[in-house]
Write a protein that binds this ligand. Sequence first.
Ligand code: SF4
Ligand code: SF4
Length: 317
Amino acid sequence: MHSTVQLLAKTDFPPIQRINLQTLQVNLGYLCNQSCTHCHVNAGPNRTELMQDEQVDQLIQLMRQGWVKILDLTGGAPEMNPRFKRLVIAAREFEVHVIDRCNLTILSEPGYEDLAEFLAIHQVEVCASLPCYLEDNVDKQRGKGVFDASIVGLQKLNQLGYGDQLVLNLVFNPQGAVLPPSQQSLEKAYKEVLLEKFGIRFNSLFTITNMPIARFGSTLISKGIFNQYMNTLKAAHSELNLNSVMCRGLVSVDYEGTLYDCDFNQQLGWPIRDRLGRALKLGSLTQTALNDLPIVVGDHCFGCTAGQGSSCTGALD
Ligand code: SF4
Ligand code: SF4
């Protein structure tokens, strides 16, 4: 049987032109307080892979250069890396906008009682996955009790001003092999239900298309519907979305400091390579260092351009 990596490599996806970098999306490691069955990096409480001081120092050095506008932190639970706060404080000193991809339950874990307040003080944007506003669906996807703990986390954030003057965004991705529904209508439904049932406010809902890679890709293969899903993505390809796919101005960094065009390429293990074929590392990064290097595309890229388009900040159009 082919792996998703093999299936995606041969592609007719059009080449994409890079523009100057503005965003660093950084995976701080695979340690997490949860172990969701769908997790694309198999994160969990026993994982030991964490970004070390050397790479964190390199990131701070890059932000000192003044061109980084956004630092987008992912994991695992990025807050569980003991260097998280140092990195956020440094970023804010350089006036870099920080996004924390937060699983919400971490806000109630012992030892993290001050985390929500820390995020608020440093005006960190919180971006949290809430795959549904119904308890059963969330617990099925992310584990028993996760919905209740997520609601508590959201209420805590609201009390600190999130959803008002501080930015709190939620992320939705479909449960199956279908494209997400309209972001606008779903956001409206989320806002109504969360406010009415739990008094929760948030800024925007990001709908994200499931990528045919990692665990979701393997599930598609084992169910025999990989090609069918690829056809759905390709049939919905919109040329216009090519202008705003996130890899044009973003670089993704893994916990060891290797560079990728996006988080999806990171999951596929497809790094950005120099002309000699060497995988690029943080130490060689500048704002323009990647400008002449091609963006590594595969069939999964149709996940970014299908329908209303998809990125880590939701729909593109
Ligand atoms: S909370 Fe996120 S990073 Fe942690 S196990 Fe679940 S999906 Fe993975
Ligand atoms: S999958 Fe990555 S490389 Fe491909 S279009 Fe999307 S962001 Fe760009």
